[in-house]
Design a binder for this molecule. Structure first.
Ligand SMILES: CC(C)(COP(=O)(O)OP(=O)(O)OC[C@H]1O[C@@H](n2cnc3c(N)ncnc32)[C@H](O)[C@@H]1OP(=O)(O)O)[C@@H](O)C(=O)NCCC(=O)NCCS
Length: 172
């Protein structure tokens, strides 16, 4: 896999079927499966702003012009000036091929280029080794453990928080 073959692009209507799959196929999204969700929500959101809002958004991860998954971001933070929290999911057939870290590094560069944010953060699960390595390769650093931060799969669970700051080096 090379940087040249991975690209991020805006959502188009044909992508909505993949979004619906993540909302309705148990476990397809990975550890973030949280039960069935409204399968019509993607069409409504796409009609509203094409998933490019001022407070959050999504881009499609494409590999050699094939749809491999999505990256997302939303504004968060305690202060007046917000920062971004990002997320990613690849379809299972695209995992473990060097796409995830590149896509997350690209999203970070994109957000630092087009917004004045100082910080991009990402949370993951203690057992999600693939995402931990992927974030580290994308230039993120582990900040710490958030205790009992999410209710998932029947119980409250810890999360691991990572960040990349504007002046941290990009691996790309
Ligand atoms: C997590 C995810 C985005 C990672 O992307 P990916 O393309 O599969 O990972 P990459 O190929 O970029 O791998 C990055 C590093 O992780 C390692 N890795 C990948 N999958 C792994 C696995 N299952 N177990 C251990 N290490 C793994 C790779 O070997 C690589 O490290 P290396 O260069 O030292 O060899 C992807 O697997 C995915 O979409 N998973 C389901 C959804 C999910 O968990 N999203 C994150 C929620 S917090």
């Amino acid at each position: 896999m090379t940087e040249a073959s991975v690209r991020l692009r805006p959502v188009v209507e044909d992508d909505l079927a993949m979004f619906r799959r993540f909302l309705t196929e148990p476990g397809l999204i990975g550890l973030d499966w949280a039960g069935f969700r409204d399968a019509q929500a993607p069409a409504r959101r796409f009609a509203a702003d094409g998933y490019l809002g001022t407070e959050d958004g999504r881009l499609i991860v494409e590999v050699d012009e094939e749809r491999a998954g999505l990256v997302s971001w939303h504004a968060t933070g305690p202060g007046v000036a917000k920062f971004w929290e990002i997320g990613i999911v690849l379809l299972p057939e695209w995992r473990g091929r060097g796409i995830g870290w590149r896509a997350q590094a690209m999203l970070c560069d994109y957000l630092f280029t087009h917004t004045p944010a100082e910080r991009v953060q990402a949370g993951t699960h203690p057992e999600n080794i693939a995402e931990q390595r992927s974030l580290e390769k994308a230039g993120f650093r582990l900040e710490g453990v958030l205790r009992s931060v999410e209710f998932r799969a029947g119980q409250w669970r810890d999360g691991w928080l990572y960040s990349r700051l504007r002046h941290d080096p990009s691996p790309l």
